[in-house]
Structures are given as structure tokens and as C-alpha cells.
Design a protein around this ligand. Sequence first.
Ligand SMILES: Nc1ncnc2c1ncn2[C@@H]1O[C@H](COP(=O)(O)OP(=O)(O)OP(=O)(O)O)[C@@H](O)[C@H]1O
Ligand SMILES: Nc1ncnc2c1ncn2[C@@H]1O[C@H](COP(=O)(O)OP(=O)(O)OP(=O)(O)O)[C@@H](O)[C@H]1O
Ligand SMILES: [Mg+2]
Ligand SMILES: [Mg+2]
Lengths: 249, 249
Amino acid sequence: MIILAVVNQKGGVGKTTTAVTLAHGLAQRDYHTLLIDLDAQGNVADCLGLETGNDLYRLLFPGMALPLAQGVTPSGRPRLDVVRSDRTTTQLKIALGAADMREYVLDDLLKDASYDVVILDCAPSMDVLHTAAMVAAHYILIPTRLDQLAVKGVRDVLTTLQGLSRISTCQLGAIIPTFYDRQTNESLLQLKHLARHFKEQVWPPIPQDVHCRESTRYGKTLWEYAPQARALLGYTHTRGQSVGGYIQM
Amino acid sequence: MIILAVVNQKGGVGKTTTAVTLAHGLAQRDYHTLLIDLDAQGNVADCLGLETGNDLYRLLFPGMALPLAQGVTPSGRPRLDVVRSDRTTTQLKIALGAADMREYVLDDLLKDASYDVVILDCAPSMDVLHTAAMVAAHYILIPTRLDQLAVKGVRDVLTTLQGLSRISTCQLGAIIPTFYDRQTNESLLQLKHLARHFKEQVWPPIPQDVHCRESTRYGKTLWEYAPQARALLGYTHTRGQSVGGYIQM
Ligand SMILES: Nc1ncnc2c1ncn2[C@@H]1O[C@H](COP(=O)(O)OP(=O)(O)OP(=O)(O)O)[C@@H](O)[C@H]1O
Ligand SMILES: Nc1ncnc2c1ncn2[C@@H]1O[C@H](COP(=O)(O)OP(=O)(O)OP(=O)(O)O)[C@@H](O)[C@H]1O
Ligand SMILES: [Mg+2]
Ligand SMILES: [Mg+2]
């Protein structure tokens, strides 16, 4: 079983879009996948067209600790299960703040899980669940918009990861540039800046694509709503080979 | 003195851009303005071309409580002072979590302040500083992208505000649609949806404008970097009158 955490303290960079698109993509390729929402906004459920719910609260609240199987919600897509969040996740974070061994709550929850892949969608803040995700995960994926503040967010995540090295073996999986817009200079400039610093850890970019916003409105994943979307297939170059897009995953 | 809090739990909707642009705009119109960064990312300092710093930590850490005047940093622009944040703001939040009367820390800090306007830039998370900001503020401004998840964030903020009515007299000031892109249907659809629900509390939109990202790279405000930027002046209609943009504030 592989555990991936999708993180960036910077907000609105495409964490949830990446987590949902990746999770459904893997489920379609026969991987048994669990997607866990660690954000009180409950956006994972919104993107899948589900009601938000207190699954995470019921699974992790100190002293309650339900077995994983009792807290999981079917997503309505084959081989994809979900642990939903809602406003109760804010209460959960407050309660965990004072609990012993709080960094290991997700590690413990997933110990006996029987999935091929688990994907953790993090909130845009350095909180107790963010730390627990980086302790439980094998790799982190860092989506980033191509702007100065989001790229700074990438460095912040890597600093936090280094600070956890005594209790976590998690490594950087990939940096995923999102909202890539070929027309503007600024995108290209920041992409070059990322590639210079992080070299092959930077994946080809995900194009800016209005289908992402539209699919959320219909509660469908990109694979269901617009299988030909640029955000999935990337840009096609003159030689016919395509670069970027979620399909490269 | 008027205190405004710029909030939306949804990330990347333009909170910091709105807070910095508004603060500098007011300072240029002779209002003595204080801008406080409540987010551990420290993006307010980045947008003003300053080093991030632990001003907020030194002002609010339980038991330390420096007087406001000793924690404020000059912004380098006339009539605009700043209280910066950095990673220490994360430690501050943990310490405040256990403190008595934590909801009033900002109210107490600003009691004797001698500014015309104070602007609070909030992090994208429902934490102790977020609550304290909504207790200290007279009005909240809610920037929102024109997509389903950010608009849901607007309703979340208003639910939180209602929940605080016993300890706060803060009211909704305005909902500010950002990243408005006339070409896409999705922007128009969500704008109409907002206007239907919130009526005259929705301000004319702020156009999508690459100058926002570029100005951050140079550490300049929009007023300094691109005074003719569309995000400032809005769209000009055929009859010559302009709609939207930060200038309407
Ligand atoms: N490549 C893209 N092109 C255009 N829009 C996108 C793209 N990726 C995501 N979006 C849209 O941008 C908005 C923000 O994305 P998303 O919610 O995934 O970011 P996030 O990092 O999870 O945000 P938060 O920090 O609030 O958790 C969503 O409405 C989404 O549909
Ligand atoms: N109207 C706009 N058009 C284009 N880009 C914009 C606009 N407003 C803000 N931006 C850019 O989008 C990015 C995100 O904006 P900003 O950091 O202000 O959002 P935020 O809500 O404060 O994010 P966070 O939730 O992380 O605090 C920044 O790089 C900013 O320059
Ligand atoms: Mg998200
Ligand atoms: Mg911000």
C-alpha cells in the first residue's frame, strides 16, 4: 500500500482538484483507492457530488476511534472509497491538539488498511492533521500555482518535512505546477524558476482549464465530465506528442 | 477607527491581494492605516517587499503582550504601518489555543490604537486568530473566486459570523468577486448566483489581471507597479463609465 499526501500551505493551488483527479484516475486503472479529506471545508465530497459528513471526526476523535471500515463512505465510483470531512473537523483538530501521540493518528488508522493507494487531501494550513499526514505518508505531492507566493509555499512544505525527519520517512514525490497559462510570461518565468531549483522533481504542468470549475459544479470528476479536457490531456505539441496534464500521472 | 477583517476559509481567493491593495489605497487617500497579517505564510510582507517577521508573535504571545507601538513595522509607504507574520504565528496559535479570553486578544491589542483604519488579513483556516479577528472587526470583507467551492466558502464565513453573535457585533461589509474573467460562462454564472443570494452586498467584480502576480514578484503594490491595471480600474463600458476594480473601494 502506498500513501500519498497532497499538501501546500498556500491556498487555492489545486490540492483538492489534484487529489480527486488522481484518486479517480487510479481507481479507473484497477487500483483499490481511498481518498481522505483532512480539510474542514469538506471540498472532496463537493467535488464528488456527495454530501459532506463527519467521517473523519468519528474515525479520529480521541477515545472514540472507530475501525477504518466503519468510517468509510462509498464514492459511487468502483474501487474508490472516501473519508469525508465537514465543520466537525475543526472540533477534531482542537481535541487532537491536546492528545498524546497525535502525530501518529493517521499512521495508526491506516496500519491495517487493505487499499492499494491512500490519498490524503490537506487543508491550506500547518495544523495537527497536516503534520499527521506527513508522518503517515510515503510521498508528498505539492501542487503549486505559478506565482511567487505559491512557489514560496513549496519551500515552506519542504522545510516542514525536514523538521519532521525524526518521526517521518516521507519523501518528496513531485511538485505539480497547476493553472499553467501558455500566454502569460509570468507562468513561464515561474516554471523556469521551479525547474532550476527542483529539477526532475517538477512534473510537466497542468494547463489552466475552465472544465475544472465546471466539473465541480456538477459534482463530477474531470474523467467523467470532460475526458478530453486540457487539464487531463495536457498540451499537444507539433510533433503530436502531448506534454503535461493529469494523464501523465 | 474602523476595523475590517478580510476573510474566506477557501484558499487562494485574493484575500491578501485585497487587504494590501485596500490598505495602500486608503493610505494614499490620507487615512492613517494599519495592516495586520494573521497568516503564518507571511504573505503581507512578501507583497510589500519586506522581510517576514515575528511582530504578531511578540504582540500577542500570552504573558508577553508588547504595546502595539513596539510591534509595528513601517511599510516604507507614508501613513501605512504593518504587523508582520512568519512561521512563529503557528506557535502563537498553539499557545493561544489554551489561553483564557483568547477570542479578545485582537480586540484588546487595538483598544488604544490611533489609526483611522485597521485591516486584518486572515489565513485560509478557521483558527483562533480567525475568530479573534471576527470579534475585533466592525465589518468583514469576503473576497471570493467565481467558483462553486469559493462561493460555498462565503456561506461558511457567514455561518461562523452568526455563531459568534454573542461576543461580536461584526457585520458583513461586502462580498468581493475576484479573478473575474468576462470570457468564461462559469464566471458569469457564479456572479449571477452570488447577486441573487446576497443582492447589494456583492461589489462589482475585480477582473483577472496578471499584474497582480507580477507586482508581488517585485514587492510592489498594484498602485505602485501598474496604476492603470484592470484589477484597479475595472472594465470600461461603452458609455465610458467603468465598473469593478479595486478603485471602487
Ligand atoms: N488547472 C486548473 N485550471 C483552472 N481551474 C482550476 C485548475 N485546477 C483547479 N481549478 C479550480 O480552482 C479552484 C481551486 O482549486 P482547489 O479547490 O482544488 O484548490 P485547493 O488548493 O484544494 O484549495 P484550498 O487551499 O482551499 O484547499 C477550484 O474551483 C478548481 O475547480
Ligand atoms: N484579480 C486577480 N487576477 C489575477 N491574479 C490575482 C488576482 N488577485 C490575486 N491574484 C493572484 O493570485 C494569487 C493568490 O492571491 P492571494 O495570495 O491574494 O490569495 P489569498 O486568498 O490571500 O491566498 P491564501 O488563502 O493562501 O491566503 C496571488 O499570486 C495573486 O497575485
Ligand atoms: Mg482543497
Ligand atoms: Mg493570503
